[in-house]
Design a protein around this ligand. Structure first.
Ligand SMILES: Nc1ncnc2c1ncn2[C@@H]1O[C@H](COP(=O)(O)OP(=O)(O)O)[C@@H](O)[C@H]1O
Ligand SMILES: [Mg+2]
Length: 245
């Protein structure tokens, strides 16, 4: 089983859009896939038309309850399951703070389901806290969507510093460009800058396009309603690049 996290400490960079499409494509490619929605806003669940039951959900994962297993739902797509988020995530970090093994809760849960799934995808909240440390510990690969702007590049640099401080393995970190507008000079320059300096940068770039934004209307992955669109092709390529290396 492999565990891919979509992570950035910045919001609105394309974590959820990528998590939804990559998990959809993983399942299409024949992998038994579980998408875990760790963001209290529950956007992944929204795109797959699944709501938390409110009782047991991804929050239970962190609390170490086996009830989380019961909260896993089937989506409309064969082979793709989802563990929905919960609105009460707000105090998550406070809850984790007082716990034993608080940095391995997620890893423990994922190893519990390792027999049932080939692929786990984590849709992460924009935080650099206990939850993030759980994510870094559990994930085999941490995919980081980076909008090609100076600020986003800085966010990535800060994450590398954090990994150094904690002595985490930086080779897990794989940035990729998201919401790219090739006509913008700033975007071109930022792409060149990171390409020149970052060997872990993935080649695939996700273009900025209205078809991806329309996921909120369709409530489906763009790969499901516009499979031949440039953005869909990019998500497919991203999956291949990450898994076939
Ligand atoms: N490639 C893209 N092109 C256009 N809009 C996008 C793209 N990726 C994401 N969006 C839109 O940008 C917003 C933030 O994306 P989202 O995936 O929710 O980010 P995050 O999970 O990092 O907060 C959403 O409204 C989404 O529809
Ligand atoms: Mg999100």
């Amino acid at each position: 089983m492999s565990i891919i996290a979509l992570y950035s400490s910045k919001g609105g960079v394309g974590k959820t859009a990528s998590a939804v499409n990559l998990s959809y494509y993983a399942a299409r490619a024949g992998n038994r896939t579980l998408l875990i929605d760790l963001d209290q806003q529950g956007a992944s669940g929204y795109y797959f038309r699944i709501r938390s039951s409110g009782k047991s959900d991804a929050r239970a994962v962190m609390k170490g309850k086996s009830g989380a297993l019961e909260a896993i739902r089937e989506t409309d797509y064969p082979g793709l399951h989802l563990l929905p988020a919960h609105r009460a995530y707000r105090n998550f970090d406070a809850v984790l703070d007082g716990m034993k093994r608080s940095k391995s809760r997620l890893a423990d849960f994922v190893s519990e389901v390792s027999g049932d799934y080939d692929q786990v995808v984590l849709d992460c909240p924009p935080t650099l806290s206990h939850v993030a440390e759980n994510i870094f510990k559990a994930a085999d690969v941490v995919l980081i969507p980076v909008i090609p702007t100076t600020l986003s590049l800085r966010t990535y640099e800060q994450l590398k510093v954090f990994f150094d401080q904690k002595d985490y393995k930086k080779k897990k970190l794989r940035p990729f460009f998201s919401m790219v507008e090739k006509r913008k000079r700033l975007h071109q320059d930022s792409v060149e800058t990171l390409r020149a300096s970052e060997k872990r940068l993935l080649k695939t770039m996700i273009p900025y396009c209205a078809q991806v934004e329309a996921m909120g209307v369709h409530r489906e992955p763009v790969l499901a309603y516009a499979p031949r669109h440039a953005a869909s092709m990019a998500f497919r390529n991203l999956w291949k690049e990450v898994t076939e290396e």
